[in-house]
Design a protein around this ligand. Sequence first.
Ligand SMILES: Nc1ncnc2c1ncn2[C@@H]1O[C@H](COP(=O)(O)OP(=O)(O)O)[C@@H](O)[C@H]1O
Ligand SMILES: [Mg+2]
Length: 289
Amino acid sequence: MSEPRAVSVGVLKGGFGKTTTAINLARELAYRNERALLVDLDDNGHMTLILGHDEAYRGEQWGINHAEDVLIDGADPQQYVVSVTDGLDLFPAHVNLEDVQSGLKEATMGTTRLKQELVDELLGDAYDYIVIDCPANRGKLNDNAMYATGNIIIPLRPENGYETGLSNTVQRLVMEAREYFDLDILSVLPTDLSGRIDQATRDRALLREMTTREAVAKHVPNFAYLSEADWDAIDAGEYDGPLPGIRHRAAIDNANDEGVPLRDYDPECDQLTCYDELAQIVENGEVSR
Ligand SMILES: Nc1ncnc2c1ncn2[C@@H]1O[C@H](COP(=O)(O)OP(=O)(O)O)[C@@H](O)[C@H]1O
Ligand SMILES: [Mg+2]
């Protein structure tokens, strides 16, 4: 096992695959190693609800805002961790995470709380890896995730607005944070691809941009990367390599509906190898080509 690491999965756009990526990445990290923890920092609570912890989200399980108790009042996070599957746990979102965000604005050193009160408490001790599902809007919760992890995985979906999703995230989240601390882009991740790439589709446009813009291309995992030679072969009708992932699969969507990670829903799904490679990128701390 490599050194313990916490990672953020974030993009300033909803519906781009953050939650799906975070769940399945953390599942593979737990599968390949020992123990992983998911942290749901999105006030929409999708991850917490998908994984079946509605009572924790609504505040009924513990009778308090557990996120506030930890991040504002310094309580022990471990008492609020619930189990997902073998080796994988979840620190759930709370329906009033917005209040926590306001509290963090007022708090002394309000950007450091997630690191101090949760990540530093648990990482390398209770968990080998921590994966944080970030909110789609800018604010103190995102700042906390960036500061606590020092890195970000940016999922992108080939739908209208991916260019602004990426540029907003890089400019308004990554660059602004970099004025104050080191923040690595760990991966830029095309997800939910279903179109052809030998014709002028949105998938092709997304992959072209991702794999030819140098600053971005080096962060694209091998399962989604196409070299100049690959593109030449595609345009000559001679490409016989695998289609770039993560592909659209009913099993990935159904696993969310069933409230389990992909590996536990369909261990035969061909896209599991992508999540496994992503887990290796997290273990290594970079994409190696
Ligand atoms: N590779 C995929 N194949 C099929 N459905 C997917 C895939 N990736 C994501 N989805 C679906 O797309 C929707 C949005 O994904 P989600 O992870 O919730 O995005 P976000 O967290 O950024 O809002 C969800 O319904 C999810 O199940
Ligand atoms: Mg989400």
